[in-house]
Design a protein around this ligand. Structure first.
Ligand code: UDP
Ligand code: MG
Length: 323
């Protein structure tokens, strides 16, 4: 994972695009925008990024004043562009809409809520100028998260790892990608594109930069538990067939166990001459196997629904307006 150190040519005037997906973010956007503009100016003065660098805000079908704000920023500053999706399509799709429409040699994606330290973008560009095409922003601690989110996140990363899914620990969608990497992403036709799982599969020179993740600047999380679970399930079923294989193993295990039980019954009946006691030994396996069957059908259903959705090849989003 560590980057390959190449001769340092850090001041290269990289043409940068910053992509910010926004869903009902009127409370944070003014602050986000002024901080990003300030950073952009600073980086331009340093000669780190070019004068034709852009910030792209993607309005993911917000119901509040988000698009009005973006339009206003666009009128006030030449370096700001807005993309309005026709309705809410979720964080990943909004992000993809921005990434696929942004130009620039290097493209950074970041959340609107200022949880990710924007100063790290400078380090990302240094790495990019050293020859890295993907730079992951990784949070060095999870202290600002609730206990529940910490534990579930940890379990989830472990689960993915055991299922053979290569995913960067403690990295969300804060990263820099080169234009070439974005072009590679365009070749993935699956409708449900889980970026965190796909990008490590692309290869290229990669690097990691660390930062402290803060609290949301304002407003509420737009990722309730239901959306988090959906994203988690997508992450597993898009990359791993281990759950399907597990059904076979569990089935095999249960069958072997019941065979062992037959042997035990014979021993109990003829050698020990103990009669088989009560209904527990009859009813318990019924519930147990019933449960396993339902679970297995559920897992099959998950994958089947995935096949169903993917065969439709429906478009991921529609753009209503670009500014
Ligand atoms: N977001 C989006 N569409 C959605 C939900 C979220 O574009 O349907 C954006 C949101 O505006 C933010 C980013 O995705 O910029 C991450 O969301 P949030 O900060 O609420 O998630 P959390 O940090 O709580 O996981
Ligand atoms: Mg957030």
């Amino acid at each position: 994972m560590e980057n390959i150190v190449k001769p340092k040519l850090s001041f290269k005037n990289t043409k940068l695009s910053v992509v910010v997906p926004c869903y009902n973010e009127e409370e944070v956007l003014p602050e986000t925008n002024s901080r990003l503009l300030e950073l952009m100016k600073e980086m331009q003065e340093l000669g780190l990024v070019s004068q034709d660098s852009f910030i792209y805000y993607v309005d993911d079908g917000s119901k509040d004043k988000t698009w009005e704000l973006i339009s206003k920023f666009n009128q006030q500053h030449a370096c700001i562009r807005g993309i309005k999706l026709s309705r809410n399509r979720g964080h990943q799709n909004a992000l993809i809409a921005g990434l696929f429409n942004a130009d620039g040699e290097a493209i950074v994606s970041i959340d609107a809520d200022l949880q990710d330290d924007i100063q790290v973008i400078k380090e990302m560009i240094y790495k990019f100028n050293e020859g890295c095409e993907i730079v992951y922003g990784v949070r060095s601690s999870r202290e600002t998260d609730s206990f529940f989110k910490r534990v579930t996140a940890q379990l989830y990363y472990k689960l993915l790892k055991t299922m053979g899914v290569d995913i960067i620990y403690n990295h969300a969608d804060y990263r820099l990608m080169s234009k070439r990497v974005i072009d590679c992403l365009k070749d993935f036709n699956e409708v449900n594109l889980f970026l965190r799982g796909i990008i490590p599969q692309l290869g290229f020179n990669t690097a990691t930069v660390y930062y402290e993740r803060g609290e949301r600047f304002a407003g509420e999380s737009k990722y309730p538990l239901s959306k988090m679970l959906a994203l988690a399930a997508d992450g597993v079923t898009s990359f791993s067939v281990v759950p399907l294989r597990m059904i076979t193993w569990i089935g095999l295990g249960v069958s072997l166990a019941s065979l062992a039980m037959v042997v035990w019954i014979f021993v109990a009946k003829f050698a020990l001459e103990a009669t088989i006691p009560g209904w527990a030994s009859t009813v318990l396996p019924i519930y147990f196997i019933g449960g396993i069957q339902l679970l297995s059908i559920g897992i099959l259903g998950e994958y089947l629904s995935k096949v169903y959705m993917e065969t439709k090849q429906r478009p991921r989003f529609f753009i209503e307006e670009i500014r």
